[in-house]
Design a protein around this ligand. Structure first.
Ligand SMILES: NC(=O)c1ccc[n+]([C@@H]2O[C@H](COP(=O)([O-])OP(=O)(O)OC[C@H]3O[C@@H](n4cnc5c(N)ncnc54)[C@H](O)[C@@H]3O)[C@@H](O)[C@H]2O)c1
Length: 342
């Protein structure tokens, strides 16, 4: 039995809150929600070293309430929560490698902040649907592929441990208080507005950065590790569908349909960008220790219940992404040049 007697069927005029809404996936979601006529509020702390950037929401800023504050700030959150029908909870830290050197930072962002925010949601707006951006990293090295939701959870880095704990907070709200919370375990997402300038995030940031510079992409090891890459519009579509869910299960994989060896991803990226061909380099030891090898998860459950499938293929997605960054560079858009309210 969940709270929230009324089931929403459209985002038109629907009040929605997006935590992490100036980040990569969050901002793409904001754009989609504005197109669908939702009443959008963004809450983002623009944490240093994260992917948040005011320019990500600059085009839609007149139609969105943008609050530059921390989800742990009770006074601020209290003022925003009332009346929200769907809360897209995308605030977080995604760097696996940084979580190993700064585990307490990762704990603060991915656990403490989440718990404080969710506790306020429970007290002030328990009828809202909450969709949480979790990660396939909770599974760790796969025991079998494709990895389904029954696969054991065994993260190999602090980020995976903390994302799993945050999932647990969402599950508890569901079990103990009947709240409608849904966790989407995302695979590698890429596309416009991702923070490719950060060096400690995923491989695809580095691939795109090198390609845009016309340089040769460095692929670690033999390049045969497979990954599914999900174009951000497909990830956004999954969030939109989950946000209007009535009854649903607690957790779903949301990932690309088929995995591709990293060397193939690099070749495609270089070909589309017209940059130098990729080259293989030895695996840096600090990355090898948290590498999960080939990974492929199955989104069959989400597909079955939400009629969702990824629509954008790798080459098309890379082309759109590279075009976005080229035009952004040409227009000189960069962080911190747009007004946000506190
Ligand atoms: N990008 C991916 O491939 C991927 C894969 C799996 C899971 N995820 C998850 O999806 C979510 C979004 O990822 P992203 O790639 O857009 O990351 P991002 O770094 O671009 O965006 C995250 C945003 O959250 C904000 N934030 C962090 N802590 C906050 C706080 N306490 N209060 C308010 N805002 C805060 C940051 O300022 C940032 O703008 C994250 O939770 C991440 O773990 C992403």
């Amino acid at each position: 039995m969940t709270l929230g007697a009324q089931q929403d069927t459209s985002y038109h005029n629907l009040p929605v809150l997006i935590t992490g809404g100036m980040g990569f996936i969050g901002s793409n979601l904001v754009h989609a929600l504005v197109r669908q006529g939702a009443q959008v509020t963004v809450l983002d702390a623009l944490i240093p070293g994260g992917g948040g950037d005011p320019s990500n929401v600059a085009e839609v800023a007149p139609d969105v309430r943008i609050v530059n504050d921390d989800m742990q700030n009770a006074e601020c959150v209290e003022a925003l929560l009332s009346g929200q029908r769907v809360i897209f909870n995308l605030a977080g830290e995604i760097s696996h490698i940084r979580s190993m050197t700064e585990p307490l930072r990762d704990l603060a962002i991915n656990c403490s902040a989440q718990l404080q925010f969710l506790n306020l949601c429970r007290l002030l707006n328990p009828a809202a649907t909450i969709v949480y951006a979790s990660s396939r990293q909770v599974y760790g090295s796969p025991k079998y592929v494709p990895v389904d939701e029954e696969h054991p959870v065994n993260p190999v880095d602090f980020n995976g441990v903390h994302k799993h704990a945050a999932e647990g907070y969402h599950f508890l709200l569901r079990q103990q208080f009947g709240m409608r919370t849904i966790c989407l375990r995302l695979g590698n997402v890429y596309g416009p507005r991702q923070a490719i300038h950060q060096d400690c995030r995923g491989f695809i940031d580095a691939f795109l950065r090198k390609s845009l510079a016309g340089e040769s992409i460095e692929v670690f090891g033999d390049g045969q590790q497979k990954r599914g890459l999900l174009y951000v519009d497909d990830a956004v579509d999954a969030f939109l569908k989950a946000g209007l869910a009535g009854y649903s299960a607690a957790v779903y994989n949301v990932s690309a349909s088929s995995p591709v060896p990293l060397i193939e991803i690099a070749r495609t990226c270089a070909r589309v960008a017209g940059s130098l061909p990729p080259r293989l380099v030895p695996f840096p030891s600090e990355r090898l220790s948290i590498d999960i090898g080939s990974f492929h998860s199955s989104s069959e459950k989400f597909h079955r219940e939400f009629a969702w499938s990824p629509r954008v293929g790798l080459e098309e997605g890379l082309r759109k992404t590279l075009e976005f960054f080229k035009s952004r560079r040409a227009s000189g858009l960069h962080a911190s040049s747009h007004p946000v309210s506190r």
